[in-house]
Design a protein around this ligand. Structure first.
Ligand code: FAD
Length: 422
C-alpha cells in the first residue's frame, strides 16, 4: 500500500491497471474505522489491485474534481476509467470486497478467497451495539480493567448520532447536537481503551458459546455478551415503500431534511418522533403535510402545541397511506380517508416516515426470552434468559426508551459483570 499526492495521480492511478484509492482525512472516525479493513484487503488483493491512499485535506482540488465530498471515500479504477460504485462513510469490509471482486475474474476471486485465514480473538466481554447503552457499558468495563470489545454494524453512536438536538441529557445547559453527544460518548469509551470493531458485518452470533463471527472470517469469543442493538424504524409495508426507500422516502430527518430546502414534504406518523421531527423539517421545507391514522396526535402536548402553531404544517387526521408512487421528481402518497374510504393522492418532493420502532433481535430472537412485542426480557441486573448474556438500552423490555435509560442499563450491566468476573 502506498500514499500518493495529486501530482502522482496521473501516473499511479490513470496510467496503472486496477487501482483502489482511499481519500482519507485526519480526525475522522469513519476513516479510522476503514483503515484496518483497507490494510487487510491490500494484503489479500494486493497482487491484483493496487491499493493507494491520498490525504484529502492536502489534495482538495483533485478530490473535488473526482466528486469526493466526504471522508473516507474509496474510488475504484481500471485502466484509467472509474469502475464500480464509489464507497463513503461507514464503509463495510463486505462492500469493499464486492467492488474488488467485480474487478477480477471469478476464478481469481476464488483463489484469493481460499487465502483468507480465519482469525480468533478472546475478550472478557463482547458488546453488540455501540449506542449509548453499549458505549456506557464499554466505558464502565474498561475503567474496571475488564478487556472489552464493542462491535457495531454501523459507526458508533447509535440513534443519538442521527438526532438533531438533544435537550434532555443531563449535564448540558444548552441542547446538544446529537452527533456531538454520541461522538463524545464514543471517544470517551475509546480513549479508555475499549477495542472497537465497527461498520462490520455480524455474520453469526452463538449466545451459548459466547462467540460472534464478523466479516465471515473473524471469530470473537468472550466470557460475557452484552446486547445493546437498539431498535430500527418500522416500515409501513405498503407498495412503493421498499422501492423508494432512500430515493424519496426517508426515516431520518437529521440526515435528510436539509435536502428539502423550500420543498414540500409529507410526514407520516403522529407520535413524539413524528411531531418533533416534522417541526425540525419545517426549518427547511416550505410546506409539510402530516398524515396520521387517529383523530389526534399521540405526542406530548408541548410538541403538539409547536406543530399547531407552525404555519408551514397542515394535518390530515384519520387517513392512512396505502401506496407510494414516484412520478418524475415528485413523490405521491395515496391516502385513504378512514371514515369515508375515499382515496386521494398527496403530491410532494419527499416523504418522511416515523411510525414507531422495532427491536433489533433477528440474530438471536429464537434463543432469548422476549416480551410479546419482541423486546428482550432482563432482570434488574440486565441479565437475559441465557446465562452470561446481558441486554441493555432500547432493545430490552421496558416502559421508557431514552438516552438516560440506555446509559443507566449499560452502567448496571457493566458493574454486574465486572463484579462477577472479579
Ligand atoms: C428521532 C429520534 C429522536 C430521539 N430523541 C431523543 C432525545 O431527544 N432524548 C433522548 O433521551 N432520547 C431520544 N431518542 C431515543 C434514544 O436515541 C434512544 O433511547 C437511545 O439511542 C437508545 O440507545 P441504545 O444504545 O439502546 O440503542 P441505539 O442508540 O439504537 O444503538 C444501537 C446500536 O446497535 C447497532 N446494531 C444494530 N444491530 C446490530 C447487530 N446485529 N450487531 C451489532 N450492532 C448492531 C446499531 O447500529 C446502533 O449503533 C430519540 C430517538 C429517535 C429515533
Amino acid at each position: 500500500m502506498k500514499e500518493i499526492n495529486a501530482d502522482e495521480f496521473q501516473k499511479e492511478v490513470l496510467e496503472s491497471g486496477k487501482v483502489v484509492l482511499d481519500f482519507y482525512s485526519t480526525e475522522c472516525p469513519p476513516c479510522e474505522a476503514v483503515a484496518p479493513k483497507f490494510e487487510g484487503l491490500a494484503i489479500l488483493y494486493g497482487n491484483d489491485i493496487k491499493f493507494l491512499k491520498i490525504y484529502r485535506q492536502q489534495n482538495r482540488d483533485l478530490a473535488e474534481q473526482l466528486g469526493v465530498k466526504s471522508s473516507p471515500t474509496l474510488l475504484f479504477f481500471n485502466n484509467g476509467e472509474q469502475v464500480a460504485e464509489s464507497l463513503s462513510g461507514g464503509i463495510k469490509r463486505s462492500d469493499i470486497i464486492s467492488n474488488l471482486d467485480s474487478m477480477l475474474s471469478a476464478s481469481r476471486v476464488n483463489e484469493i478467497k481460499a487465502d483468507i485465514k480465519p482469525t480468533i480473538s478472546d475478550f472478557d466481554v463482547l458488546i453488540l451495539g455501540a449506542g449509548p447503552g453499549g458505549l456506557t457499558a464499554g466505558l464502565y468495563l474498561c475503567q474496571a480493567k475488564v478487556n472489552t470489545v464493542l462491535i457495531d454494524i454501523a459507526l458508533p453512536g447509535g440513534q443519538v448520532s442521527t438526532t438533531h438536538e438533544v435537550s434532555n441529557y443531563p449535564g448540558f445547559i444548552e441542547p446538544q447536537k446529537g452527533f456531538m453527544l454520541s461522538h463524545n460518548m464514543s471517544e470517551q469509551t475509546k480513549l479508555c481503551g475499549t477495542a472497537y470493531k465497527v461498520a462490520v458485518d455480524v455474520s453469526m452470533v452463538d449466545l451459548d458459546k459466547k462467540e460472534v463471527v464478523i466479516d465471515e472470517f473473524e471469530t470473537i469469543r468472550a466470557k460475557r455478551i452484552i446486547i445493546g442493538t437498539g431498535t430500527s424504524p418500522n416500515l409501513i409495508g405498503i407498495p412503493g415503500e421498499k422501492e423508494y426507500k432512500g430515493k424519496g422516502i426517508s426515516y431520518c430527518a437529521t440526515c435528510d431534511a436539509k435536502y428539502y430546502g423550500d420543498k414540500e414534504v409529507v410526514v407520516i406518523g403522529g407520535g413524539n418522533s413524528a411531531v418533533e421531527e416534522a417541526d425540525f423539517i419545517s426549518k427547511f421545507a416550505s410546506k409539510i403535510t402530516m398524515v396520521h391514522q387517529f383523530d389526534k396526535f399521540t405526542a406530548n402536548m408541548t410538541a403538539q402545541e409547536k406543530i399547531f402553531a407552525n404555519p408551514k404544517i397542515t394535518t390530515l387526521f384519520e387517513h392512512e397511506p396505502r401506496a407510494i408512487i414516484k412520478n418524475g421528481d415528485k413523490m405521491e402518497v395515496e391516502v385513504e380517508n378512514l371514515k369515508t374510504s375515499e382515496r386521494t393522492r398527496l403530491i410532494s418532493d419527499g416523504i418522511f416516515i416515523f411510525i414507531g420502532m422495532k427491536p433489533n433481535v433477528d440474530l438471536f430472537k429464537n434463543k432469548l426470552e422476549l416480551d410479546s412485542w419482541g423486546y428482550i426480557k432482563t432482570n434488574e441486573d440486565m441479565q437475559t434468559s441465557v446465562a452470561g448474556v446481558y441486554a441493555v438500552g432500547d432493545v430490552i423490555s421496558k416502559k421508557y426508551r431514552q438516552i438516560t435509560t440506555a446509559v443507566a442499563d449499560g452502567t448496571i450491566a457493566a458493574i454486574s459483570i465486572a463484579k462477577e468476573l472479579n
